[in-house]
Design a binder for this molecule. Structure first.
Ligand SMILES: NC(=O)c1ccc[n+]([C@@H]2O[C@H](COP(=O)([O-])OP(=O)(O)OC[C@H]3O[C@@H](n4cnc5c(N)ncnc54)[C@H](O)[C@@H]3O)[C@@H](O)[C@H]2O)c1
Length: 271
């Protein structure tokens, strides 16, 4: 279904690791809607080489960049503008990693070096991307930046451990930078708070499978898929949402507004 919603737009899409990645679907949908873009990921994440297939499919180049490195990010925005032939119209930040989660460390026992690493990779990287882009004046007026987040920033989900605090910071950076970049250059910045999704980052969380089913039974529309999330991101990159900025936008089938569902109540009644 091509509507050319992003025709003529140039973008940077981070975070496509494999075909389950939300960013992978965003790249496919943005391509379908007429955008041209570069793909980027941490050099270490490219070892498997899966991203090459996506680059081929979407006719895009890959620029390796560790999102915690100002040098890499400067190179990313420089090369992206050269390859795409002008300023960047949209950026997807789809980067998340917690060493504490990976190592199964309980929240109260968080290792602070790991905590700091998680903040740098998953939240501060958004600030760094935006700071580099703004300094270089690399994003066009009315350009749109979207970062992916999760509702644990507002409500406690014990298994999400330090990532809850990190996502709260990510959402705050989107608001704070959204003010400054909006005032100065009319660039808009939003976070999309996505349903649990079966990706490498998602399924790495302890108890993810059970929680995925729970959320699916609470949400009136069910869990939003990665593909649905990609479609939503495309609308946010498009000019149809040009006055939306500094928002945390829930994309979760109604989960965040539902206390409990009949499905869950009936199940509890059976026990
Ligand atoms: N999967 C879910 O349930 C879910 C729900 C809500 C939000 N999100 C968020 O969506 C985003 C994308 O994750 P995903 O679920 O598609 O999983 P994913 O594992 O496919 O993507 C995470 C990406 O982050 C990249 N990354 C890690 N460290 C990096 C670094 N230093 N520099 C650059 N890139 C780096 C990885 O290489 C990977 O491509 C994350 O921010 C995640 O927190 C996921």
């Amino acid at each position: 279904m091509a509507n050319d919603l992003l025709k003529g737009k140039r973008g940077i899409i981070s975070g496509a690791l494999d075909k389950n990645s939300i960013a992978w679907k965003v790249a496919q949908k943005a391509h379908e809607q007429g955008a041209t873009f570069v793909l980027t990921n941490a050099p270490i994440a490219m070892r498997m080489g899966e991203i090459n297939a996506l680059a081929e499919e979407t006719n895009s180049k890959i620029i390796p960049a560790d999102a915690t490195s100002i040098e890499d990010l400067t190179n990313l925005f420089t090369e992206a503008q050269e390859i795409l032939g002008g300023k960047i119209d949209f950026v997807l930040h789809a980067i998340g990693m917690s060493v504490n989660i990976r190592k199964n460390i309980a929240y109260e026992e968080s290792n602070y070096d790991y905590f700091a690493k998680g903040i740098d990779v998953s939240a501060m990287s958004l600030h760094k991307m935006l700071a580099v882009a703004k300094k270089m004046d690399a994003i066009s007026e009315w350009g749109s930046v979207v970062a992916l987040t999760y509702m644990a920033a507002q409500r406690t989900y014990p298994f999400y451990t330090d990532m809850a605090d990190i996502k709260a910071m990510l959402e705050s950076i989107a608001r704070s930078f959204g003010y400054h970049y909006g005032m100065d250059k009319k660039v808009r910045i939003n976070t999309v708070s996505q349903s649990p999704t079966k990706t490498t980052a998602g399924t790495g969380i302890k108890g993810f499978g059970d929680f995925y089913d729970f959320a699916d039974e609470i949400a009136p529309l069910g869990n939003a898929s990665a593909e649905d999330c990609a479609n939503y991101c495309v609308t946010l990159f498009s000019d149809l949402t040009r006055m939306v900025t500094m928002q945390n936008l829930f994309h979760d089938g109604g989960y965040s507004s539902t206390g409990v569902s009949d499905k869950i109540m009936n199940r509890l009644g059976e026990e």
